[in-house]
Ligand binder design. Structure first.
Ligand SMILES: [Zn+2]
Length: 112
């Protein structure tokens, strides 16, 4: 997972002509249940030898948002119970919070 992030970061840096990455902003959906501290630890280890070797990391978490297939109600689960609070449908679709993505990167481009 961290390798994926660094791969994406490397791609973005290449496309934008960034030679040195200073900061990586990542969004992690809560549904993935990734501990930010563990992710950061893995990131720090995996960044060695990449353009992001000196980069800091900012992690934003994204709340889980569900949509009920029965009544189309949209809600955030309050606890481990994901059932729809309106009609008790137990199979909501996860529309937010199950992804991890690189929101932005900051760095120095080749000219600067
Ligand atoms: Zn419902």
């Amino acid at each position: 997972m961290v390798e994926d992030v660094l791969r994406i970061v490397g791609e973005v840096a290449r496309v934008n002509g960034i030679s040195r990455i200073d900061k990586v902003n990542v969004v992690i959906g809560e549904y993935l249940m990734v501990k930010p501290s563990l992710f950061e630890f893995a990131f720090m280890a995996a960044r060695e030898g990449t353009r992001a070797s000196g980069a800091g990391l900012t992690i934003e978490t994204e709340k889980v948002e569900l949509e009920c297939p029965g009544c189309r109600h949209r809600y955030s689960p309050q606890n481990i119970n994901f059932n729809c609070p309106r009609c008790s449908n137990p199979n909501p679709a996860i529309i937010k919070g199950k992804e991890m993505y690189v929101k932005s990167i900051e760095g120095v481009d080749n000219c600067g």
